[in-house]
Design a protein around this ligand. Structure first.
Ligand SMILES: [Zn+2]
Length: 291
């Protein structure tokens, strides 16, 4: 799949300044926009553009200009993947007069309750939302809590490209100590995504693109990590012992494996204490980091 993807990628523009921005064609009328380690996706139709996370003010200004000048269309929709501010800033610079801004109701609620300095949504939804632009469409789906609040998948048709931010990470280890990760929810959402949607390419908000096989391998890592830490905790091991003893050779080829393996373990350990209260269980002895 990697080889196929390399052929599909077509770098249409590159600007180097303090921050470099890149637009690549993913497939047909769907493109990936990259700002450093952040990605968003947009779709171009003769009825206008559908854009996703603005990422930050500077990136949003650059992308809006690129959509106008290179593709010659107005922005019809801007949809937030979720509430996290490192993906949602700058939305006010990625809208035209006619743009409808869409967010899941829980992402929107978070932005409003926290008084986030973002462009608020015009339209919210609970389960799914579909935007039609001529022969193309984008379906947003919510699978429950997973990472942040109101974090949804976006399915671009007919290109058959999926966009998911933060709860699916392909071609790299999950980030450090899994801040913001609802691991049960990420496993559940990823399983539901695989069961309910066919897609040729998944683009993540970070790291690499991949296909369904890559998503299954990511899911296998999450489950292996979770099960290993849970079993070590049940066996009475401390976090330090787990970090020394737990290795996942079938995933050791993943970028950042050496650097983040111990932090990934700490993230699941923290989840089991904070969310599942392993420190209160009579059958488990938690010897360190109790609270
Ligand atoms: Zn992120």
């Amino acid at each position: 799949m990697r080889k196929v993807l390399v052929c599909l990628l077509w770098v249409v523009s590159f600007a180097s300044s303090a921050q470099s921005y890149v637009i690549e064609q993913v497939k047909d009328n769907v493109y990936r926009f990259s700002a450093g380690h952040y990605h968003s996706v947009f779709m171009i139709t003769d009825k206008g553009a559908f854009v996703t996370d603005p990422i930050n003010a500077d990136a949003a200004k650059w992308l809006k200009k690129a959509i106008h000048s290179r593709f010659g269309v107005a922005i019809k929709f801007m949809a937030y993947s979720h509430n996290h501010i490192d993906h949602t800033l700058g939305g006010e610079f990625l809208v035209d007069e006619q743009t409808t801004v869409v967010a899941h109701r829980y992402a929107d609620e978070d932005m409003r309750w926290t008084k986030a300095p973002v462009r608020f949504a015009d339209v919210t939804f609970t389960d799914s939302f579909t935007a039609e632009l001529g022969q193309s469409s984008v379906q947003l789906s919510y699978f429950g809590p997973n990472n942040g609040r109101g974090n949804v998948s976006m399915h671009f048709m007919p290109a058959n490209v999926m966009f998911v931010v933060d709860w699916v990470v392909l071609g790299r280890m999950p980030y450090k100590d899994l801040q913001g990760y609802d691991i049960h929810g990420m496993i559940r959402s990823t399983e539901q995504l695989l069961a309910s949607h066919d897609f040729d390419i998944l683009v993540g908000g970070h790291a690499q693109m991949g296909d369904k096989g890559d998503v299954r391998r990511y899911l296998a890592y999450l489950k292996t990590l979770y099960n290993s830490v849970r079993d070590a905790l049940l066996a009475g091991h401390t976090l330090t012992q787990m970090q020394q003893q737990l290795h996942f050779p079938e995933f050791s080829h993943l970028p950042m494996y050496q650097q983040w393996r111990a932090q990934n373990i700490a993230g699941v350990y923290r989840t089991l204490i904070e969310e599942s209260y392993f420190n209160f269980r009579p059958d488990v002895s938690v010897k360190e980091n109790e609270h």
